[in-house]
Design a protein around this ligand. Structure first.
Ligand code: ACM
Length: 764
């Protein structure tokens, strides 16, 4: 019965040193009240806990030793009770829950389990000055924290991050650092993607070729293009973890109450294994192996030898990793080879399987029986639903949320990791100069706004959603620095999604706490991204034909400054208030400053022209994924990103003709079109076949004023296209762009429809 009285007191006193708002704990505690006064740690502070909780308080003790330079006194003294008392308390309902009472003279931390006590300790550490996280002594710091009363427990039991160590080997030091950071934000799973076509990272004692052959590839990805093709001149790249190293890593994680979930890819993404043991591949009807050119989706054959191999590997994996969940992937199997393979066809006949989806289901169910027989449970990506879900499998839903919903309907456990909210390999900002990402767009605010429980799920099925996880695939991530940039702070936002009840979450409040949290990330020397906001430039046309630009997406109260000369705004730059008139071509750089330092920024290049701010009618809407800026993006006077096509300026169509009609509202003289197409065949993007320009006075009868065919240009990237015509007066102007159609043979994605990406439609 705390709330009423304490809230009143809080209302009176919380202005003293700390307010509810500025209690900088992430994830936000689910119940917290702030009272007057502070508790201060000194070299005389006595901490008391039972033996069972020594590991849980370890971070507090060691961090005091390092940062404050003294040992907290272990145990009560003569005539000196505990100042900090940490106890197990079975009346706390949730296994990972805790209660923390900080008074002026005493701290009491209670938890149902050591894990809960550890989370209470994390909260305590975050209430202390950020210097507590530093790896060296900080003098002249008052080790003070506000008096609070916290009753806290996680919303979900599974709170994770996945790290792909297959596409790029990640050093163990980095994985340990990641574990420390995940523990700080009360996450409890690290999912390691240990095998894929580009590398096998798990030492098998039984199958030594896996680390002799499968752990190394010729040809490192070039870091600008995902390139898994090996070329003779490339150096050998790779690495693996020994079982001993992994056992130590498991122990390291356990001490921080983190379970490492190992993933073994099957039946697809298995080229590294097939290169090591070629007999596990399919054979065609002539008894020949299939050629595997640049195909990552190579399946193991479904012959018995494959199961023997995988079961033996699983035995080794389960011996190293005590995790209840063993991840068996199941994703993205094209299964084309299975349709032709003599063994797989025989298997389908023997087992009465109607199609290759049922064969995949057979595969996963057979593996499940083996894993279950060893007392563990399989988890797999969405695709394990195809052809029938294995009886005890948990589903990790990634392609959207439908897989998760379907699995919950079937009363299976679900971890939600949909790409649109949880894929940390996507871009996080439209700012130019962002490091290359695989694609997609996932700003911090979108991660934060995610609710892992689908709204459509009936009440009785909600409990099947066990939690959520951020996934870092590393095709474009060669090492720790970039991995940190992609993981942080988005995984910090996801930690709050996983821990804090939705009603207690607010993005602006999170951002205020994140400013403080970043100081802790600084202490760990984390290369986190500063893109906290989804800064959008809005434009309109004024009476004089100028662009009026304004900014959206920055939390209120933030200082926003700008320059128009291409330089990064500093604390002396002009403040941006309301809107800004742009009357010639220039670059607007906008920065958000926190404590005088740029914490986020964006820059956009303007191009004034006759169609700016006009209405443009599209005959076919762009694909939902590539239409963030809406049709206005084509006539907003802002040029799209030069490096990639994922920003809000480029619009994309899959194989459809672009037809846009601009209305000048009264007859206007025009004589040229300039636009850009993103030509990137390695990502299925192709320059178009032809461009036609037509004009009309009534929006019904159009006459062609210019037309040209385009032959695909050689370099990948934005291609500038210009066409002009004899000046003409007309109210309407239509641009028709005919896409490439089917991607030609020999190119990536051959046989599929090519994408058409269009930037600003500049009319003069
Ligand atoms: C996945 O992203 N292929 C699970």
């Amino acid at each position: 019965m705390r709330p009423l009285i304490l809230l009143l007191l809080t209302g009176l006193f919380h202005g003293a040193a700390f307010s509810q708002q500025t209690i900088p704990v992430i994830p936000a505690p689910n119940e917290m009240t702030v009272a007057a006064g502070n508790f201060t740690f000194t070299p005389q502070t006595h901490i008391v806990c039972s033996k069972a909780l020594e590991n849980a308080i370890h971070p507090l003790v060691t961090k005091f030793k390092t940062a404050a330079g003294y040992d907290l006194i272990n145990g009560p003294g003569k005539n000196h009770p505990a100042d900090v008392l940490v106890q197990l308390d079975s009346s706390i309902g949730n296994t990972e829950g805790y209660s923390l009472e900080v008074g002026v003279t005493r701290i009491s931390l209670k938890a149902r389990s050591a894990a809960g006590a550890f989370y209470g300790v994390q909260t305590l550490l975050q209430l202390l000055p950020a210097a507590i996280e530093k790896k060296e002594l900080s003098n002249n710091v008052l080790w003070t924290l506000p008096c609070v009363s916290i009753h806290d427990q996680p919303r979900f039991g599974y709170r994770g991050v996945m790290l792909d160590v297959a596409r790029h080997y990640m050093p163990l030091d980095f994985i340990r650092k990641l574990i420390d950071l995940l523990a700080m934000q009360k996450m409890n799973r690290l999912h390691l993607h240990l095998t894929d076509s580009q590398g096998w990272r798990f030492e098998s004692k039984k199958y030594p070729n896996l680390i002799k052959v499968g752990a190394f590839r010729k040809g490192t990805p070039l870091n600008t293009t995902y390139d898994f093709a090996s070329r003779p001149a490339d150096t050998v790249y790779g690495g693996y973890y020994t079982q001993l190293q992994l056992r130590e890593l498991v122990r390291y994680a356990q001490k921080r109450y983190i379970t490492i979930v190992p993933e073994l890819e099957m039946p697809s993404h298995s080229q590294a294994a097939l290169a090591s043991y070629p007999d596990l591949a399919c054979l065609d009807s002539n008894g020949k192996k299939f050629a595997y050119p640049q195909d990552i989706q190579n399946e193991f054959c479904t012959k018995d030898a494959t199961f023997t191999f995988l079961e033996n590997i699983l035995v080794e994996i389960m011996d190293v990793f005590p995790s209840r969940y063993i991840h068996v992937a199941g994703d993205e199997a094209s299964k084309q080879n299975w349709k032709k393979c003599i063994y797989c066809q025989r298997r389908m006949k023997q087992e009465g399987l109607q199609n290759v989806e049922e064969l995949q289901s057979y595969f996963i169910k057979r593996i499940e029986r083996f894993v279950n027989s060893r007392g563990r449970q399989i988890i797999g990506w969405d695709e394990i639903l195809q052809g029938g879900l294995a009886p005890n499998a948990a589903v990790m839903s990634w392609t959207g949320i439908e897989g998760g919903i379907k699995a919950a309907h079937l009363h299976h456990q679900v971890i939600m990791t949909p790409g649109a909210f949880c894929y940390l390999d996507h871009y996080q900002s439209d700012a130019p100069g962002e490091p290359v990402a695989i694609g997609g767009y996932l700003p911090l605010s979108t991660v934060y706004g995610y609710d892992p429980v689908p709204a459509s799920l009936p009440e009785g099925e909600k409990s099947y959603i066990q939690g959520t996880q951020g996934n870092l695939w590393t095709e474009y991530i060669p090492g720790p620095a970039k991995a940190e940039y992609m993981i942080f702070p988005r995984a910090v936002a996801l930690a709050e999604v996983a821990w804090t009840q939705p009603a207690k979450k607010k993005f602006e409040d999170f951002i205020a706490r994140l400013d403080q949290y970043c100081k802790r990330l600084d202490a760990y020397q984390v290369n986190y991204s500063r893109h906290l906001f989804e800064i959008k430039l809005l434009t309109a046309r004024d009476q004089q034909g100028r662009i009026l630009a304004s900014v959206e997406g920055v939390a209120p109260g933030r200082e926003v400054r700008y320059t128009l000369d291409g330089t990064t705004p500093t604390a002396n730059a002009d403040i941006l208030r309301g809107s800004l008139a742009i009357d010639n071509d220039k670059t607007l750089s906008v920065a958000v400053l926190t404590e005088g330092k740029v914490t986020d920024q964006i820059a956009k290049t303007f191009r004034l022209h006759k169609a700016v701010g006009r209405k443009i009618q599209l005959a076919t809407q762009p694909d939902a994924q590539y239409s963030r800026g809406g049709s206005h993006a084509l006539v907003d006077g802002i040029l799209g990103n030069n490096e990639h096509f994922e920003d809000d300026q480029w619009l994309g169509w899959e194989g459809k003709t672009f037809e846009g009609t601009i209305d000048f509202e009264s007859p206007a003289s025009t004589s040229s079109l300039q636009t850009r197409f993103f030509h990137k065949p390695t990502s299925w993007l192709w320059a178009p076949k032809s461009v036609t320009v037509q004009v009309s006075d009534d929006n019904l009868n159009f006459r062609t004023v210019a037309k040209t065919e385009i032959s695909a240009p050689a370099p990948e990237g934005p291609m500038t296209f210009s066409i002009s015509w004899t000046p003409v007066m007309a109210r309407y102007l239509k641009v028709i762009v005919e896409p490439v159609g089917i991607i030609p043979a020999g190119a990536i994605g051959a046989g599929d429809l090519g994408w058409l990406f269009v930037d600003e439609v500049v009319i003069e």
